[in-house]
Every structure is written in structure tokens, then in C-alpha cells.
Design a protein around this ligand. Structure first.
Ligand code: UN1
Length: 502
């Protein structure tokens, strides 16, 4: 049933029929059924794509950046027109609710707009020289073809954060999407090609999709013609990618998940905190890298607040998001995700947890899809599974009395992606944002840790990998920096007063 809807969505999005046959079955987490087949790229095709990207780079780097921006403007235009269809495909392929599927496409449109503006603002510097009649400057030049490896949970937006910037910066993009969500990637490639045809004079191979598993990713990571690889996924994956990139001195942008926490202080607006925490912990069925996974609640409000949270967890609507807009929790991506969740809950119990929810629902109706009630887990201490990221809707709740101690605990995990504090006391909020506060790449006040806008740099510290994508000056990663000193005089004064008279 879903398969025929997918066929018509792919038709509408312009995905050619020959991209839709092959040995790899694509499954929808909504029902577990096979919705399409695709073909993996052979190693030969991957090598060809890299050669083409390199050739495209030689042309594209000469195109003035504002003209490169025009291509990204047209891509944004295609995305606007396709927002409903592509959003729905994201829902079917990744399982997120319809509003989040559309939101993901909006995030792509937003970064295109950002990149178009940026295409006239790839600013360098002029630097005061210590030598008379000399000028120093810094220029930014295109870097070269960029490999982008993305994960199932944001199957298209993460590509766009990288691609929109890379393209205006003069760098072609080769994309290996998650093997769990290749259809949305093929659709985005079709939209890109439509934009390229409208722009005219776009070199072949400026943007390519390579479907496949780990072996295709490895080709991108190891090829010396790709000076930058941006990879989103598990810390285990990132550790390997980072090491292999370091071996050939390539750059990496690593975005490897988080074990994100929030602190709820006594002065917080608890109605607001409740809604924010529900979205951050339950939204996307806990499958965002920014999902809220740990919650520290002040002991003076703990019982009241946790009672309210329990009500939300017990009543939130779970199910196939295509059937009703009231569904807020879609399925887990697959059986492995379900098993990981159950394993974490089991371990939590051995650490003294009280677990509310977490069980499978709708199993009879969907024997091959994995819907769960989100789990609220009261923990006596930050131990066992609380210390790691489990990609599922589990919120571990702990109590605290002293904010400094809570911040210590907050930071005492391996990841450092996102964080937040709920408080109306500016001494508390400023402390949380200070050098001695949250050690994450993102720290918010009175909102949850997820749902970032594209204008800020996105990414985090420690085992999150250190990369930054999207806004602020993240564009610099896709360019190379050239420092130049120009002597417009007739003397040759040397820096640092060095004398060298011949
Ligand atoms: C991810 O889960 O990989 O901040 C990215 C957010 C989204 C992006 C999440 N804008 O939650």
C-alpha cells in the first residue's frame, strides 16, 4: 500500500525509473513493508563519481561565488515547491511525524537562503603588516570535492547543511546517504538536477549521490582527491572515519550524536519546561542526535514535576503518523533500535531505576514495525546506560540540590552536543552559559536541547566529534585559507627585523 504512494511521490519528485530498481530493498519503518528497490553504487561507479567531481571542481572554482549562489537559490526554489512531497517521503522513509518531515525540508530551504546570502559574504581580512609598504591579506578559496555521509534520522537536511555551503564556497559534493533512507536522497538529487538545468552551464558531477553501505563510505573517506569528509552517525563510526582522515591529513566535520541533558531549576516556568521537555525527549521518537536524554530536576520541585511528566508520557499519542495529525510519536527505525532500547531499560533496572513506559505498542497490527511508548526512567544516580547514547525515546530523570554539582554531572559524559537549563534566575542561566557551565557545543535557556535553527553553528565537543555545520562561520571548513603579503615598495625589509644583506 505504501509502495504505490512512494511510486507516485518519486514520480512527482522527478526520480527517474532506472534509479528505482536494484538489489537493495528499502523498507518503511511505518509498517515494515518494502517500499522500493535501489541499486548500490559499484566501487567503479564511486571512483568515476570522484573523478567527475574533481573535473567539476576545476570549472566551478572559477565561477564567481554570487553566481554559484544562484544555483543554490534555484535549489531552494525547487525545495519550496516540493516541500509537501519530499516531507511526506521523509515521513515514510524515516518514520518522523508529518510536521517534522515538512520541518526537515524547511530546514533545507533555510540553509539554501542562508547560503545564497553568504555567496556575497565570503569575507577575507586585511591585516596590518609590520613592514613599510606592505599589505597582508587573507583570502578564502574553494577547497575541493567534499564527501558527505549522512544518517537515517535527518536523511536530507544534513546533506543540505553541507551541500548548500560547499556549493557556494566552490566545492562539489558527493553524498552517501544512509542505506536506510536512500529514496529521499534520490529525490533531492532529482531536485538538484532540475535546479542545475534551470541555472544552465553547471558541470556534470557537481552533486552526486552514491547509494550503498559501509564500503561506499570507505571509498569517500580514503580517497585523496576528497580534502574534506563530513560524517554524521555513531561515535564508533566517527572514530574510524576521523582516524582514517587523519592518516591522509584530510579534514573531517564529525557530528556524532549526543547524550544531551537539561536542568530544571526551582524558578523555572514549569508549564513551559514541560512542553519543551516533551518535544525534546519524545519528539522524533528520541531519534535526534539532539534528543534530550538526561534530566536533572531540583529536589524542591522534583515530585510535582515528575508526576506531570508521567502524565504526558502515559497519554502521548503513538502510531502511524500518516493516519492522524494527533500522533506525536512515530516508530523506531528498525528492530535493532528496539532491541537497543530494551537492553538499555533492562540495564537501568539493574541500576535501581523505576521505568515508566518503554513497551512495544501496536505489535499485532504492525508485526514488522517497532512502535514504543516513550520511557521515563527515574534513576537514583547517573550510572550504567545513562552514561551512553541510546538512540530511542528514553529520558533518565535524576534529582539535584546544588546547581554546581548538577553542572558537574551534566558534563560528566562522553558526548558534548547540546544542553539546556530551565530557570528565570539570571545568575543560574549565566552560570550555565559561562566558561564553567555546559561543556557542549550548544547550550540553551528555557528551550530544550533539540530543534536548532540553521543560523547558528551546529555541532559539539568531545565524542560528538568537534565539527560545526550550518550557520555562523561554518562555511570556512569548505574553503582553504590563503595568507598573502604584498610588497608595493622598492625596499625589502624583513619581518622580525632580520638582516640578510648580500
Ligand atoms: C540530527 O539529529 O542529526 O537541532 C540533527 C535539531 C535539528 C537537527 C538534528 N535541527 O534537532
Amino acid at each position: 500500500m505504501l509502495a504505490s504512494e512512494v511510486t507516485s511521490l518519486l514520480d512527482r519528485l522527478g526520480v527517474a525509473p532506472d534509479c528505482r530498481r536494484g538489489a537493495r530493498a528499502v523498507r518503511s519503518p511505518l509498517t515494515g513493508e518494502t517500499i522500493a528497490h535501489v541499486e548500490d553504487a559499484s566501487p567503479q561507479r564511486a571512483a568515476e563519481a570522484i573523478a567527475q567531481a574533481e573535473a567539476a571542481f576545476r570549472q566551478w572554482r572559477h565561477v564567481p561565488a554570487p553566481q554559484r549562489g544562484e544555483l543554490v537559490r534555484l535549489l531552494g526554489h525547487e525545495l519550496r515547491a516540493a516541500k509537501d512531497a519530499l516531507g511526506r517521503l521523509v515521513t515514510i522513509e524515516a518514520g518522523k511525524i508529518v510536521s517534522e518531515g515538512r520541518g526537515e525540508v524547511q530546514e533545507m530551504i533555510d540553509i539554501c537562503d542562508f547560503a545564497v546570502g553568504l555567496s556575497r559574504q565570503l569575507y577575507g581580512l586585511t591585516i596590518a603588516s609590520e613592514r613599510p609598504n606592505h599589505r597582508m591579506m587573507e583570502q578564502w578559496h574553494p577547497l575541493g570535492p567534499v564527501g558527505v555521509i549522512t544518517s537515517f534520522n535527518f536523511p536530507v537536511a544534513v546533506w543540505s547543511w553541507n551541500a548548500a555551503l560547499a556549493l557556494v564556497c566552490g566545492s562539489p559534493v558527493i553524498w552517501k546517504p544512509s542505506e536506510k533512507a536512500p529514496l529521499a536522497a534520490l529525490a533531492v538529487q532529482a531536485l538538484f538536477e532540475r535546479a542545475a538545468a534551470k541555472a544552465g552551464n553547471i558541470p556534470d558531477g557537481l552533486s552526486t549521490v552514491l547509494i550503498g553501505g559501509r564500503d561506499v563510505g570507505e571509498v569517500l573517506v580514503d580517497d585523496p582527491r576528497l580534502p574534506l569528509v563530513s560524517a554524521t552517525g555513531s561515535t564508533a563510526m566517527g572514530r574510524e572515519v576521523g582516524t582514517r582522515l587523519a592518516r591522509r591529513f584530510a579534514r573531517g566535520i564529525l557530528e556524532l550524536g549526543g547524550n544531551n541533558a537539561s536542568i530544571v531549576c526551582p524558578s523555572a516556568n514549569l508549564d513551559l519546561a514541560l512542553r519543551a521537555i516533551a518535544f525534546a525527549a519524545i519528539g522524533t521518537a528520541g531519534q535526534r542526535c539532539t534528543t534530550l536524554r538526561r534530566l536533572f530536576v531540583h529536589d524542591s520541585i522534583h515530585n510535582e514535576f515528575v508526576a506531570r511528566l508521567k502524565q504526558v508520557y502515559a497519554s502521548v499519542r503513538i502510531g502511524d503518523p500518516l493516519t492522524s495529525d494527533e500522533v506525536l510519536v512515530g516508530p523506531l527505525i528498525d528492530q535493532a533500535a528496539f532491541r537497543n532500547m530494551q537492553r538499555a531499560l533492562e540495564q537501568a533496572r539493574t541500576h535501581g531505576a523505576r521505568v515508566h513506559g518503554g513497551e512495544r505498542v501496536d505489535e499485532k497490527r504492525f508485526p514488522n514495525a517497532y512502535y514504543v511508548r516513550p520511557a521515563l526512567v527515574e534513576m537514583p544516580a547517573q550510572t550504567g546506560p545513562v552514561l551512553r547514547e541510546t538512540f530511542a525515546p528514553i529520558l533518565y530523570v535524576m534529582t539535584y540540590t546544588d546547581l554546581d554539582a548538577a553542572i558537574e554531572l551534566h558534563n560528566a559524559v562522553a558526548h558534548g552536543l547540546s544542553s539546556s537549563i530551565f530557570s528565570t534566575d539570571m545568575r543560574e542561566t549565566e552560570k550555565f552559559l559561562s566558561a564553567a557551565g555546559s561543556d557542549c557545543g550548544i547550550a540553551n535557556v528555557n528551550i530544550g536541547p533539540s530543534g536548532a535553527e540553521i543560523g547558528g553553528a551546529f555541532g559539539g565537543e568531545k565524542e560528538t566529534g568537534g565539527g560545526r555545520e550550518a550557520g555562523s562561520d561554518a562555511w570556512k571548513a569548505y574553503m582553504r585559507r590563503l595568507t598573502s603579503t604584498v610588497n608595493y615598495g622598492d625596499d625589502l625589509p624583513l619581518a622580525q627585523g632580520v638582516r640578510f644583506d648580500i
